[in-house]
Design a protein around this ligand. Sequence first.
Ligand code: 13P
Length: 336
Amino acid sequence: MDKQLLENTARELVASGKGILAADESNGTMSSRLEAVGIEPSPETRRKYRANIFATEGYESAISGVILFDETIRQAMDDGTPIPEYLASRGVHPGIKVDTGAKDLANYSGEKITEGLDGLRDRCAEYFSMGARFAKWRAVIKIGQNMPSSANISTNAHALARYASICQEQGLVPIIEPEVLMEGDHNAERCYQVTSEILSQTFIDCRNQGVHLPGTLLKPNMIMAGKESGEQISREEVADLTVECLSKNVPEEVEGVVFLSGGQSDEDATAHLNLMNSMDIEHPWQLSYSYGRALLAHALQTWANDSKTESQNAFVHRAKMNSLARSGNWSADLEI
Ligand code: 13P
C-alpha cells in the first residue's frame, strides 16, 4: 500500500474551500432522473448532460474530485477527450463508484446489503490505470420497525472495510459511505443512535482489516428526523447533533468527512455544512461535501429546458455556495 499517495489524494480532496461532486448515479438512476424531466435516457443523453456539467468554467476552486459511474469513466467529452483525462487536466481528481448496488439482505426483509466485492481488485486496478484516484461504496441503512437489524449493521460494516482495504492496496482513496436513509417516521434521536452504531462498527471492521485511516474519507448522512416524522429539528440542531455524533464515533486519523445530501433541499445542505464549519468546537477532520442532488438538481432541470449555459450556471452557483460553507462564510442572502 502506498500510504503517501493515499494521504496526499485524501488531503487534496478536502483541500480548503473544496469538496466532491457525486455524478455517479447508476444507469438506472440517471435514466429515471432524465425521464422525470422529459429526456429520453440513453448512453448518449447521459453523456451529453454530464459532459456539459464537466465543461463548466470556474468550478475548480470549489470541486476537488468528481465521482463517476463505470459508463461515464469510459466516455468522452464532446471533442473526444476521455472524461477522466479531461477532469485531470482541470486539476480535478476522477473518482469511481465501485459497488454494484444494494441488494436484498437474505433473511431480513426490507434490508439491504451492498454487493461488489467479487473481482473488485481487478476493477480497481483497471480504474487506477484509467486515471481514477479515489472510489466510493455506499451502504444503505434503513430505519423502521425492528430495523436496522444487527445483521444489517455487521454485514455492511464488514463489506465497507473489505472494499476500503482493496481500494487502498490498488492506490485508490476509499470513500466509506454508510448512509442512514432519511426515509421513515423516526425522530432525530433514533437517527443519531443508528448512525452511531453503523459508524462505530464500520471503524471496528476497518481497524481489524488494516485500513489506513489517514488515506480514507468518510461520507455520512447528517443527523435529522425522518422525512415522514413531521417533526423536523432546526438547522442548528442538525449541525450540533451531527458534529457530536461524529466526534463520538469517528477516529481522528480519518482525513475528512464529506457529507451526502440524501434528499435535503439545496439550501439546507449548504446551510447545515456552513453551521458545522462555523462552530467553536474543535474537531480533527475537514468537514466538506460530496453532494449529488444538492449540487445538480437545478442543473438537471435547466438542462431539460434546453439551456446548456443555465445548467452550467446552476451547477457552478451551488458549487460556490458550498465552497463558502467550508469556512462558515455562506449566508442566505448570497442565494439567487
Ligand atoms: P446525494 O448527495 O444526492 O445524496 O448523493 C450523494 C451520493 O453519492 C449518494 O451515494
